[in-house]
Design a protein around this ligand. Structure first.
Ligand code: SAH
Length: 259
């Protein structure tokens, strides 16, 4: 989930400005127009990502302004992320989103990205292994994701067949019952790179996660503060490689609200 579009990208600054202005320019009046616009300005580059996004109507997930390239509130303090951020997440994970892959979507919120992932890993002809688990810690949002996905025939079928499952749980622990995963996506900012998520990765596998920079009060930490997407690769030999890729602004991965 993204709160400020302008902070989705790190330096150099021209790139921030370019992405910010293009994000608005990319909005469309239909789902197809939105996705085609994102592709035209190369906010999405991969044909498979484009096809998967064309296959999910955002109107089922973001009813107020479905084709705007901006985050939208979905209730319970959560938002559906901007389309270009969903695109980025898919692009970073695409090599691991092959037909038959297993995916964990933590902080699944509206369920939109869970559906896009499912389109990528359960393509016709794929093995029956392909599965996406969406986790959120707010039961009402888990129910909302199920309802949203049931608005389309393919979404209903994906849930009926068990290829997509939405679960209420604390995503900071991952979901060991479904591990190992070829790809893990985290849609809210973690305080740290939770080691358990790396443990639950397949080898090879990739984790895409926004992480808060630690603020120890020093000048250096205040200069480099904020949240960054980290991409963590577990290679086939089991070795782990971490890379900080760009700056973002997500809602935090937290304890569930007290009722
Ligand atoms: N990818 C979603 C983003 C939703 S916003 C979308 O685009 O629709 C982030 C989500 O993370 C919220 O739904 C929030 O409830 C969830 N979240 C926050 N902390 C969590 C935790 N500890 N475990 C699971 N989900 C969490």
């Amino acid at each position: 989930m993204i709160r400020r579009l302008s902070s989705n990208f790190s330096a150099p600054k021209w790139q921030t400005i370019r992405a910010f202005s293009m994000a608005w320019y990319c909005s469309g009046s239909t789902n197809t127009e939105l996705v085609e616009n994102l592709f035209k300005v190369e906010l999405i580059k991969n044909e498979r990502v484009k096809e998967a996004m064309l296959g999910v109507d955002r109107a089922h997930y973001a009813p107020s302004r479905p084709y705007s390239d901006s985050p939208q509130p979905i209730g319970h303090g959560a938002t559906i992320s901007a389309p270009h951020m969903h695109g980025h997440a898919c692009e970073y994970l695409i090599d691991h989103l092959h037909p038959g892959a297993r995916v964990l979507d933590i902080g699944s919120g509206s369920g939109y990205l869970t559906h896009v992932f499912a389109n990528l890993v359960t393509a016709p002809g794929a093995s029956d292994q392909g599965q996406v688990i969406g986790i959120d810690h707010i039961p009402e949002l888990v129910e909302l994701a199920r309802i949203n996905m049931n608005k389309s025939d393919d979404g209903r079928e994906l849930q009926k067949s068990g290829k997509v499952k939405f679960i209420t749980a604390d995503g900071r622990l991952g979901w060991k019952e479904g591990a190992p995963y070829d790809a893990i996506h985290v849609g809210a900012a973690a305080e740290k790179l939770h080691p358990v998520l790396i443990e639950q990765l397949q080898a090879p596998g990739r984790l895409f996660i926004p992480v808060e920079s630690t603020n120890d009060g020093s000048i250096m930490s205040s200069l480099s503060g904020g949240q960054y997407i980290w991409v963590v690769d577990k290679k086939a030999d089991g070795s782990v490689h971490k890379k900080k890729v760009f700056q973002v602004s997500y809602v935090p991965l937290t304890d569930p609200p007290r009722s």
